[in-house]
Design a protein around this ligand. Structure first.
Ligand SMILES: [Zn+2]
Length: 414
């Protein structure tokens, strides 16, 4: 099989193994993710010198080069529930195609090549991002092994890691299996999850930074249910008014930050009154909502949180309501290696290809490796219909174009 045929075969094979109409389901430390890892490890054994599996079930296949230093190509292999087939999988398959090409042409590259399949990137299974990559670098907070429970099974992460055949005790001790000190670069090819490349008809995006975030997934505002006709405005304790003011204020703040040239997104993705108690003839005494704030700057995240908290205090006083934001989860923003951005940009131009240089709005495993100190880069592949849905679509032609750039850079420029 040539590379295009083999890529199609792998995408289709994994789709059929994890098909869940509509789309695919590869749950973190569940059937879909486990079967994907198992199949790809079997494939990788055909072209690599070794395949190592760490205590959290991430794999690293190694193809030896002239140097012990390793360029790792990798991404995650879990998916959303009824998600798309390309999110995550594309990055690992590109790594497999790379070492297949080296193996079949008997090429020894300057650096060794690693292909990494990462566990648990999507935060829909356990309410936490980058589980696998944090385990891989020994930075996983052990308290979370018992406190995080999977959304479908209600069983702990500790349980699921062991159930899948790995060693949650070693994970809790922060034990690392991979040879991290020899990781020269971490490169993550990934479908673009926004519309920019598709609109500009460009196959490749070179990512400069990855946004970090802070989130309150279970925030509530409590007021009082009061008669809509009989309660004058001064006596109201209206939760809908309170949270609406907050949404409005935060949107004005967001626009203002953008005008100042700062990177930011603010989203209130859920906003609902209590189905049991709400009524058209009552002002609402309870609103549940969530907040998701993202930026590529730590300072902007910090100042936005400060602004949010001060706004809430004022709204509480004005509306006689009480907010409780609940548990906060967050992730660090990350800057991609400037050197790698430049090398990939120059090489693309040298083969008469125009890449798009852009930040990543969504979070990715690369941010964990970058913040761990390994120079990292993401390559976005053009993709249609967004991501996290069954309609997500990446054409094989665009995949192969990005592969050609990756292959060219590794053989000729690194
Ligand atoms: Zn992804």
């Amino acid at each position: 099989m040539n590379n295009t045929q083999y890529s199609k075969y792998l995408f289709n094979k994994i789709k059929s193994l994890t098909f869940a109409n509509p789309g695919v389901t590869r749950e973190t430390y569940g059937k879909g993710e486990n079967v994907t890892h198992k199949f790809l490890i079997k494939e990788l054994k055909k072209f690599s010198n070794s395949v190592e599996i760490d205590y959290g079930g991430n794999f690293l296949a190694l193809y030896k080069g002239k140097s012990k230093k390793i360029i790792v190509i990798g991404s995650h292999l879990d998916s959303q529930k009824h998600g798309g087939n390309f999110d995550g999988l594309a990055g690992v398959l590109m790594g497999i195609i790379l070492i297949k090409t080296l193996y079949e042409n008997n090429i020894t590259p300057n650096f060794s090549i690693g292909v990494m399949g990462i566990r648990g990137e999507e935060s829909c299974w356990f309410p936490y991002s980058y589980i696998g990559s944090k385990i891989a670098v020994g930075k996983f907070d052990k308290k979370l092994l018992h406190s995080l429970v999977r959304s479908d099974s209600k069983k702990s992460l500790f349980y699921h890691i062991n159930k899948s055949g790995f060693d949650a005790n070693k994970v809790s001790q922060g034990k690392v299996k991979f040879d991290l000190k020899n990781f020269k670069y971490f490169i993550e090819p990934h479908i673009e999850q926004g519309p920019v490349l598709e609109r500009n008809k460009l196959p490749l995006g070179i990512v400069t930074s990855i946004r970090g975030s802070f989130r309150f997934r279970d925030a509530v505002c409590k007021g009082e249910y009061l008669h809509s006709g009989a309660t004058p405005i001064d006596y109201r304790k209206d939760s809908v008014v309170a949270v609406s003011s907050l949404v409005n204020d935060m949107n004005i703040y967001w626009e203002d930050q953008l005008k100042k040239g700062r990177d930011l997104t603010i989203t209130f993705g859920q906003f609902f009154t209590d189905f049991e108690e709400h009524s058209f003839a009552k002002s609402a005494g309870h609103v549940s909502f969530c907040i998701d704030v993202r930026s590529s700057s730590k300072a902007v995240l910090k100042s936005s949180k400060k602004y949010l908290l001060s706004k809430i205090k004022r709204i509480e006083l004005k509306t006689k309501t009480t907010f409780s934001l609940g548990k906060e989860t967050n992730s660090e923003p990350a800057i991609m290696s400037k050197k790698l951005v430049r090398v990939f940009e120059d090489y693309s131009k040298s083969i008469k290809m125009k890449p798009m240089i852009l930040p990543s709005g969504a979070g990715h495993d690369s941010s964990v490796f970058a913040n761990f100190g390994i120079p990292s880069l993401m390559l976005f592949i053009r993709n249609k219909h967004g991501s996290h849905n069954p309609k997500e679509y990446m054409g094989i032609k665009n995949f192969m174009t990005v592969f050609d750039v990756l292959y060219g850079v590794i053989i000729k420029k690194l």
